[in-house]
Design a protein around this ligand. Structure first.
Ligand code: MV4
Length: 449
């Protein structure tokens, strides 16, 4: 047990605020860090203390490990919560904090590294009994690429070992397309990640993206909190997420959940994590594991009533999980809409000053946002300005509520993705839960003027 009495939040925006709220509820003091562009941000105002860590570019501020460690030393913070993005999956950061006697609120550096390499992640999944996409046994080289593809069967997908988020990914539908796909994937992987290594999988044509939330205590206890369906995305940016997945029944949920929780017990995983699957024709195929809290975690919180940041802080301090698997129940349905400062059709960023801001309220409504009237969105960071999370007893009730809530939400002065959600909530495929990972891009192409 290492008591945590002051947490430095190494992030910005809505997630910094989200973590801060959990700290306050647990009676833990908070330190905000910020770039010069974020001096007026809500997370800075609401924290007990704040430290300016550098100029606007992320690499000079939110990604600057030495500045963040210095901010811990100055303020006496005994732990760091990294949020998502930035340093949240940086093993070196976790190592450096440990060397300074500061608790990293997350998994061990070893587990971050293991899952950061997509080949070792997949091999680990196999060893832990998690079903994976059929594919190459490790790295694919120019020597074995053809033989491997023939064995797997076309179409195949070539992926970067150091990848994630879809970069350095190439499909080969036939043998004729293989050489070019292999070479392009390697070139892109080298450019994007500094590592040209690639591996190969059977290409799944119309899957859903379903991910399972897990939390482990690092001592062999772990729980799952069901799944989220994140199929509605554009260019690998999630747009709308729901829990539970409209595609699963209770038996399927508990079966894949147990597989994931058992795997986390075996590896003695510590912290919150997400095990990502593609789901097609009733089968789950592991693709990656994220070793951080995710943007869309609130929909899981809505249907389970469990605060995931509380659990992260508990397990980081050695206090253990607050619940056992048997105590977890899934109640109703939740949908999250990501409110981005972007054009709702082209997704071109729209930074600037918010002139009017009114967040909706009422039963089953949660808004996680640091935005306010007069707030100037800086152009340096991602365009997520808030998340709308709606909960209902059934999916139909949740959708009805979402329709009502979207009508109340006012964000003026900039473009936002709110109008897109007005369209989606009225769409018949969405109402039926009938969509896959390509649906949104197809819809946008189909409905473009
Ligand atoms: C796949 C796939 C089809 N087959 N793997 C994209 C990002 C990375 N996390 C995994 N991705 C995919 N892997 C096989 N074997 C299709 C995708 C994919 C995708 C996955 C999840 C959500 C959105 C996606 C959009 C395009 C492609």
């Amino acid at each position: 047990m290492s008591t945590i009495s002051k947490i430095l939040i190494a992030n910005r925006g809505e997630i910094a605020l989200r973590v801060l709220r959990a700290c306050k509820e647990l009676g833990i003091a908070t330190v905000a860090v910020h770039s010069t562009a974020d001096a007026d941000a809500m997370h800075v105002r609401l924290a007990d203390e704040s430290v300016c860590i550098g100029p606007p570019p992320s690499r000079d501020s939110y990604l600057n490990i030495h500045q963040i460690v210095a901010a811990c030393e100055i303020t006496g913070a005994d732990a760091v919560h990294p949020g998502y993005g930035f340093l949240s999956e940086n093993a070196k950061f976790a190592d450096i904090l440990e060397a300074h006697g500061i608790t990293f609120i997350g998994p061990t550096a070893e587990h971050i590294r293991l899952m950061g390499d997509k080949i070792t992640a997949k091999q680990t999944a196999v060893e832990l009994g998690i079903p994976v996409v059929p594919g190459s046994d490790g790295e694919v080289t120019s020597e074995n690429v053809l033989e491997t593809a023939r064995k797997i069967g076309f179409p195949v997908l070539i992926k970067a070992t150091a990848g994630g988020g879809g970069r350095g990914m190439k499909v080969a539908k036939t043998e004729g397309e293989l050489e070019e796909a292999f070479n392009t994937a390697r070139t892109e992987a080298a450019a994007a990640f500094g590592n040209p290594a690639v591996y190969m999988e059977k290409y799944l044509g119309k899957p859903r993206h379903i991910e399972v939330q897990v939390v482990g205590d690092g001592e062999g206890n772990a729980i799952h909190l069901g799944e989220r369906d994140c199929s509605l995305q554009r260019r690998h940016q999630k747009v709308w997420e729901e829990a539970n997945s409209p595609a699963l029944n209770v038996e399927q949920r508990m079966k894949i959940g147990k597989i994931c929780a058992d795997a986390m017990k075996k590896m003695k995983y510590r912290g919150a994590g997400t095990i990502e699957f593609l789901y097609e024709n009733g089968e789950f195929y592991f693709i990656e594991m994220n070793t951080r809290l995710q943007v869309e975690h609130p929909i899981t919180e809505a249907i389970t009533g469990i605060d995931l940041v509380h659990e992260q802080i508990r397990v980081a301090s050695g206090a253990g999980l607050s619940v056992t698997q048997d105590e977890i129940t899934f109640s109703g349905h939740a949908i999250e809409c990501r409110i981005n400062a972007e054009d709702p059709r082209t997704f071109v960023p729209s930074p600037g000053t918010i002139t009017h801001f009114h967040a909706p309220g009422g039963l089953g409504v949660r808004v996680d946002s640091g935005a306010y009237a007069g707030y100037k969105i800086p152009p340096y960071y991602d365009s997520l300005i808030g998340k709308l999370i709606v909960h209902g007893r059934t999916r139909v009730e949740c959708m009805m509520r979402l329709r009502r809530v979207l009508d109340e939400f006012v964000v003026d002065g900039i473009k936002t993705t709110l109008p897109l959600f007005q369209d989606l909530v009225a769409n018949q495929d969405i109402a039926n839960g009938d969509y896959d990972i390509h649906w949104l891009e197809d819809y946008l192409a189909r409905t473009s003027a």
